[in-house]
Design a protein around this ligand. Structure first.
Ligand code: CMP
Length: 139
């Protein structure tokens, strides 16, 4: 179990607006090491698989449409206490509640187009990282 790894993806709004470089800089300056990274386009079906845990929520369909509307940048990151520290760095899901200095405070546009995802547990970090990078060499 990789307890010091987390998974993230920079979402379509942030990639389309050219904010991925600034976001990656914030991530690296906060002490995270990039283990794996790529640019990808999700189909609506694959976005639905990734967010299957939310399939009963009212925002699920819109979320899947949004997450397949443009390129994303998924990454596996490494740092001590990675999952909790990364969630602190990205800030609250709703940018209106995100603290100053967080990625979502700076770049998120709405609760849906909130710039970036971060895994909420070690188990989900592994599952979500494998969703994009299973079988791919990681450094
Ligand atoms: P994320 O952390 O990737 O996890 C689920 C995503 O659903 C969330 O970020 C938002 O992009 C999106 N979402 C849209 N509406 C809501 C909502 N009302 N509550 C939580 N998440 C939402």
């Amino acid at each position: 179990m990789t307890t010091n790894r987390t998974f993230t993806m920079i979402k379509p709004d942030a990639v389309a607006e050219g904010n991925s470089g600034a976001i990656i800089q914030m991530i690296e300056e906060a002490g995270f090491r990039i283990v794996a990274v790529k640019k990808a386009l999700l189909t609506k079906e694959r976005a639905g698989q990734f967010y299957a845990v939310h399939s009963e929520r009212p925002f699920y369909n819109d979320l899947c449409a949004y997450m397949s509307s443009g390129a994303i940048i998924p990454m596996i990151l490494e740092k001590d206490n990675a999952v909790a520290d990364f969630r602190k760095l990205i800030g609250a899901t709703n940018p209106a509640q995100a603290e100053e200095g967080t990625i979502r405070k700076r770049f998120a546009k709405s609760i849906e187009a909130n710039a970036i995802h971060g895994s909420d547990s070690d188990d989900n970090a592994k599952i979500e990282g494998d969703f994009f990078f299973a079988g791919i060499e990681q450094f």
